[in-house]
Design a protein around this ligand. Structure first.
Ligand code: NAD
Length: 461
């Protein structure tokens, strides 16, 4: 490292991040348009998401301006302080579903800490990451501190993470990619953060407001056409309210289906799946549910033909409608592929429960543990359930909240470490401890000559 960034004054680095927030806003229309084009997600979603990304640059700029340094309570006449140093060159690997959001979430703390970054976006959605690197350069990031390298995971990605000079790998993607990358990072003794797959449970109790819960589940399940890591996919509902809940949720899903059209239409509610491979995965999971005699309550097959909303030709994209599976009985659903595997599409299962214990057991019956949600107006019940659910993020009476200050990460097969907040910044640094002896020379000579011939009491450790 030349030090042009790693040793730059923290206020200089903060200024660059703040200018990046301003320049990102200056290019907002272009970024939104390209994000819609490359992901297929609706303009309505991207208009809501992309402007919020400036918060990450501002948050980490503020964090480094105000960071305090610990002086530790070491015994003796010693002054022991801690510095945080950048790690060096770090690699960031990002997925297709929120290309800009995830790049910004990773870049802001890494750059704030003074690292140099090699960013490899998804091969499906590389364009806005390239624009982002231009924005950072215009904001004053020195040349070479951020390099965006496009390419496939198995070639470019693997090559990057394997380099022995790479000090950290931070990946967001599927669990298989996370495991493969983690094995390489471990071999190289590089730091590792991984935000991986999920199969989020949602518990809706008899104390929930049903309308709010249905709205929240529909949002959690169908935003980004279900292509989110915290997608609400296993919906657990108290049996007493199950019929009413299902009636409302199915109604909502059918209403969304009628309003699917061109992703560039502000009135369109859901875009297509990103690729033929993603469509094939979703179709295979729905087929397996059907052949396991699970009920498909709505949706269940690819949309083709002309959109009722705006005459968009749906056959030209991988459009898939909101799909609700299961009539509430747990016996057939639990253990099935659609219960276990991440669909990454708008396909959810609904299961009834009787007791809180049953709800918790069902919620935790997954290899994943990223997001979870609980819908109840009973505060004691909210505490009991949220404490018992194995997940890195639990939302109560809401879903999919994300803020630069709020940790985002999973347990079990959902990942290692977390994004956002001070912890993500710390994870892009290494701690340096400096200990200064302020004893006078005479004191030191009297008590610190371990191998002296006369001295009786000398220090050790
Ligand atoms: P993916 O695993 O196919 O690819 C993710 C990234 O990893 C891409 O850039 C890809 O090129 C790269 N990659 C794949 N294999 C690699 C390898 N062996 N070495 C180096 N790089 C490799 O995932 P995707 O389809 O782009 O995204 C969907 C997945 O991401 C889902 O599983 C989803 O849950 C997960 N995701 C997780 C979070 C989170 O915060 N936990 C957020 C978004 C998406």
């Amino acid at each position: 490292m030349s030090g042009v960034w790693s040793r730059a004054d923290r206020h200089y680095r903060a200024d660059v991040l703040e200018r990046a927030a301003i320049f990102l806003t200056g290019r907002i229309d272009q970024l939104i348009a390209v994000e819609v084009q490359q992901t297929g997600r609706t303009i309505r979603e991207m208009k809501a998401q992309v402007p919020s990304l400036t918060k990450w640059f501002k948050y980490y700029a503020a964090l480094i301006r105000t960071e305090e340094r610990a002086v530790l309570p070491t015994s003796g006449q010693l002054h022991n302080w801690i510095d945080r140093k950048p790690l060096g060159v770090v690699v960031q690997i990002t997925p297709f579903n929120h290309p800009l959001l995830i790049a910004v979430k990773k870049l802001a703390p890494a750059l704030a800490a003074g690292n140099s970054v090699l960013l490899k976006p998804s091969e499906l959605t590389p364009l806005t990451s390239i624009t982002l690197s231009e924005i950072l350069q215009e904001a004053g990031l020195p040349h070479g501190v951020l390099t965006v390298l496009t390419g496939y995971g198995s070639t470019t990605g693997k090559f990057l993470v394997s380099h022995p000079l790479v000090k950290k790998v931070d990946v967001t993607g599927g669990t298989p990619a996370g495991r493969a990358i983690g094995a390489i990072a471990g071999h190289n003794l590089a730091s590792f953060t991984a935000e991986l797959g999920g199969k989020a449970p949602v518990i809706v109790t008899e104390h929930a407001n049903i309308e709010a819960a249905v709205n929240g589940v529909a949002f959690g399940s169908f935003i980004a056409s279900g292509q989110t890591c915290i997608a609400a996919t296993r919906i657990l509902v108290k049996r007493a309210i199950l019929p009413l809940f299902l009636e409302n949720l199915v109604g909502k899903a059918k209403s969304i289906e009628k309003r699917i059209g061109s992703p560039t239409n502000m009135k369109s509610m859901m875009g297509p799946l990103v690729s033929a491979a993603q469509l094939a995965k979703v179709e295979s999971l729905v087929d397996s549910a059907e052949s396991g005699s699970l009920s498909i309550l709505t949706g269940g097959s690819r949309m083709t033909g002309i959109s009722i909303l705006d005459s968009h030709d749906l056959s030209r994209g991988y459009f898939y409608p909101p799909t609700i599976i299961g009539d509430g009985s747990a016996s057939k659903v639990v253990g099935s592929r659609i219960w276990r595997e991440e669909a990454f599409g708008p396909v959810i299962v609904v299961v009834g429960f009787e007791t809180e214990k049953e709800a918790i057991d069902l919620a935790n019956d997954s290899e994943f543990g990223l997001g979870a949600a609980i819908w109840t107006q009973d505060i004691s019940q909210a505490h009991r359930l949220s404490a018992a659910v194995d997940a890195g993020i639990v939302w109560i009476n809401t879903h999919h909240r994300n803020d630069p200050s709020s940790p985002w990460g999973g347990v079990k097969s959902s990942g290692v470490g977390s994004e956002n907040g001070i912890e993500a910044y710390h994870a892009y640094t290494t701690v340096k401890s400096t200990i200064l002896n302020y004893a006078s020379t005479n004191q030191a000579l009297n008590s610190e000559d371990w191998f002296g011939e006369e001295v009786e009491s000398v220090r050790y450790g």
